[in-house]
Design a protein around this ligand. Structure first.
Ligand SMILES: Cc1cc2nc3c(=O)[nH]c(=O)nc-3n(C[C@H](O)[C@H](O)[C@H](O)COP(=O)(O)OP(=O)(O)OC[C@H]3O[C@@H](n4cnc5c(N)ncnc54)[C@H](O)[C@@H]3O)c2cc1C
Length: 448
């Protein structure tokens, strides 16, 4: 099936308003992840309305997983036994205006939190491409946005409250818990049930978003740093079919020291004259406002609007992180695979992320560039392409996104994280019997 036919089939759904399927043990529908590519191993899903209910559930169950908003593409959140949902716990606990932090219940999504923060004069430093995801699930998997000076979303976490396997409630903070805290933030769901999260804030800010089309590849290779540095958050979209970046999305702060002036041309790319979807064939109705229209940070940093289907809907995703110094070599290596990649691809996105010190973060101790793939939902085909991309990116110390599809063998994956042995020790300390483990964690982290 070609890209246009595939998109015709799924565009009706993609352009419609996003309706979250009703979840629950009583639901007749099979419980799946958001993309529908993974049917979970059980339909037993229990909502917890309080921390006491979480503690009771933890004590009563031998093995289970917490489900956030189900946006992972692989089986990191899956369970064969039981799920706990914190969806009913989605309130702000405290907004500390002096310390510039907010503490929230772990069922909250960025889409719920962001307007509240803006109304109170505050902002987060960054957001992912969509606001629909839970803060706890996103931070547990090192979810990121773009911007070479912006760490991933987990870097905003300054404290966590976690129910451990024993049912004990443990508070961990950046200020008091040093290395343990660094190990716990990107916890991959393996340490316990996060019930509260505290995030760093900054004063709210306004942004403008511009899109440029058809920026030639040779301009990218000559001017990569300047292009990436042109905005607060920059995304490059390509389908690799021509030596072009199909769309450059520049998200610029209006309070920036050097304000971006949108000229008709940007390194050979031309300024778009209407709002665009990253997949140009799809309606931009689902996308955040472009064309330089000013708006608050939370309506410009994501690509997709709350209340609408993000991305294409029926799709698969993979994403690979390489250290910033290998960015161009890695991009060129993928571009050489275009004939193999393009037939199965909806779009690629290239983003930058600052380094951090969170043990299991994909950007641990290295400023990174990510090469993301939104695939057609054809796992047999995609599963043949991934090992080739991974092989080509191996010389560049590639790490895969924890929440997306990859085929890197577990022993190679483990070797990519220096702090993995310490992380395993921390997991064993918090969860000696493996209550929070599942097949993804056993395979990739614990080598069981
Ligand atoms: C359309 C789309 C666009 C995306 N865009 C981006 C992007 O721009 N950048 C990016 O980096 N990623 C992106 N992702 C991936 C997404 O950010 C991750 O999948 C993220 O983990 C989603 O959070 P969730 O709550 O839906 O996760 P879930 O799949 O529900 O859970 C993820 C993990 O977190 C654990 N978890 C969840 N809640 C808790 C809790 N309270 N306590 C302990 N563990 C918990 C789960 O057990 C699981 O291990 C995108 C995904 C989709 C579908």
């Amino acid at each position: 099936m070609n890209k246009r036919t595939f998109l015709k089939l799924c565009s009706a759904a993609a352009a419609s308003r996003f309706v979250s399927p009703v979840l629950g043990a009583e639901s007749k529908e099979k419980l799946t992840n958001w993309a529908g590519n993974l049917e979970y191993g059980t339909e037993q899903l229990t909502p917890a309305t309080s921390e006491a209910e979480v503690q009771q559930f933890v004590k009563e169950h031998r093995n289970f997983k917490v489900l956030g908003t189900r946006h992972c593409f692989n089986d990191i959140a899956d369970s064969r036994n039981a799920f706990l949902s914190l969806k009913p716990q989605g309130r702000v606990v405290t907004l500390d205006k002096t310390a510039r932090t907010v503490t929230i219940e772990a069922g909250m999504t960025y889409g719920q939190l962001a307007p509240y923060l803006h109304q109170n004069g505050f902002a987060l430093h960054n957001l992912a491409s969509l606001p629909h995801i839970s803060v706890a699930g996103a931070c547990s998997t090192a979810t990121h946005g773009s911007g070479e000076k912006n760490g991933n979303l987990s870097t905003a976490v300054s404290a966590l409250e976690i129910v451990l396997a024993s049912g004990e409630v443990r508070t961990l903070s950046r200020a008091k818990d040093g290395e343990t805290f660094k190990g716990a933030v990107v916890g991959l769901g393996a340490l316990g049930v996060i019930t509260k999260i505290t995030l760093d804030l900054q004063p709210t800010f306004m942004m403008q978003q511009w899109v440029y089309q058809d920026l030639p590849f040779d301009q990218l290779t000559k001017n990569f740093d300047a292009i990436e540095g042109a905005g607060y958050s920059v995304s490059l979209f390509t389908d690799w079919r021509k030596p072009l970046i199909n769309e450059v999305w520049l998200k610029c702060r209006m309070d920036a020291e050097h304000k971006f002036r949108a000229e008709p041309e940007f390194y050979g790319g031309r300024l778009a004259t209407r709002n665009l979807h990253p997949i140009i064939e799809l309606s931009a109705e689902n996308c955040t406002e472009q064309m330089g229209v000013p708006g608050p940070w939370y309506e410009r940093l994501p690509h997709f609007r709350m209340g609408f289907t993000p991305s294409a809907g029926k799709e698969l995703q993979s994403e690979y992180f390489v250290p910033r110094e290998h960015a161009l070599d890695a991009i060129l290596a993928v571009s050489r695979l275009n004939e193999m990649v393009s037939p199965h691809l909806l779009i690629t996105e290239i983003r930058t992320i600052a380094a951090d010190d969170l043990w299991m973060s994909t950007c641990y101790q290295r400023p990174s560039v990510t090469i993301h793939f939104t695939w057609k939902q054809d796992w047999p085909a995609v599963s043949k392409v991934l090992p080739v991309i991974e092989r080509e990116l191996t010389p560049f110390k590639v790490r895969p996104h924890w929440a997306k599809l990859f085929t890197i063998p577990p022993d190679q994956l483990r070797a990519k994280y220096d702090q993995l042995p310490e992380f395993v020790k921390l997991c064993t300390q918090f969860d000696p019997q493996g209550k929070f483990r599942n097949s993804f964690l056993n395979r990739n982290i614990f080598a069981a």
